[in-house]
Design a binder for this molecule. Structure first.
Ligand SMILES: C[S@@+](CC[C@H](N)C(=O)[O-])C[C@H]1O[C@@H](n2cnc3c(N)ncnc32)[C@H](O)[C@@H]1O
Length: 220
């Protein structure tokens, strides 16, 4: 695994216990409710592979309507938080797995989902990541990505942009540590262009604080 990948996993492991505070911001509640309802509709009846599942916040949302979920994350601390939640019987399983090496995950998946993961993938890694993700899914599978829109005054400010165009934030944890985290904010046109070789039926929805992009994996 590359050093930047390990650094991101380490950051999220340290953040695991305080992670869900981001879902408590009062001004985002209405948006989250609308987003949850949308995701539940999109994932209804599917056998879902969820990558970078974190504390299982979206796993719990999708478990209400999907047929099954295999939820994976590379941070054992995050998975530990997820395992403390309760889910409908026999519908959810968790596994440690790297989102860039999904061949370790067994199962037949009619849908794939990742919440707040796309923004952490470096621009040059997106094509290989998508190829690996789609290979873990059935041909024609439904895919759903959710992530943040950049909202001035609400989002953590961007502190730098690298030569490739990736943007970075400085984040602080309750233990006093400071971390520079890659966080990209794609717009609809960029996403459509990136996904064009891999996807059909692309739908982009803007909420106030979040975006959601769904599509089906193009059959080769
Ligand atoms: C922003 S959090 C999103 C968590 C969850 N999906 C949510 O929306 O609440 C990003 C997650 O990516 C995980 N992660 C980081 N690098 C990873 C990798 N290479 N493979 C799998 N998961 C990774 C982190 O451990 C963390 O749980």
């Amino acid at each position: 695994m590359s050093a930047p990948h390990e650094t991101l996993i380490d950051y999220y492991s340290r953040r695991a216990a305080e992670y869900e505070a981001i879902y408590d911001k009062p001004e985002r509640r209405a948006d989250l409710a609308a987003l949850k309802a949308y995701v539940q509709t999109v994932m209804s009846g599917h056998d879902v592979l969820e990558i970078a599942c974190g504390t299982g916040y979206w796993t719990e949302v999708m478990a209400a309507t999907c047929r099954s979920i295999c939820a994976v994350d590379a941070s054992l601390a995050m998975l530990g938080m997820a395992l403390q939640k309760s889910f409908p019987a026999n519908r959810v399983q968790f596994q440690a797995a790297d989102a860039y090496a999904l061949d370790t995950v067994e199962g037949t998946f009619t849908a794939g989902c990742a919440a707040f993961w796309w923004s952490h993938v470096a621009l040059h890694e997106l094509p290989a990541f998508l190829k690996g993700f789609h290979a873990a899914l059935e041909p024609g599978a439904q895919v759903c990505f959710i992530d943040n829109l950049y909202v001035k005054g609400s989002s953590t400010p961007l502190v730098r942009t690298d030569a490739e165009g990736n943007t970075y934030q400085t984040r602080h944890l309750n233990d006093g540590s400071q971390h520079e985290v890659l966080k990209n904010f794609p717009d609809e046109a960029t996403m459509r262009q990136l996904l064009a070789p891999f996807a059909n039926d692309i739908i982009w929805r803007d909420f106030t604080y979040y975006w959601c992009c769904t599509y089906t994996v193009a059959q080769k």
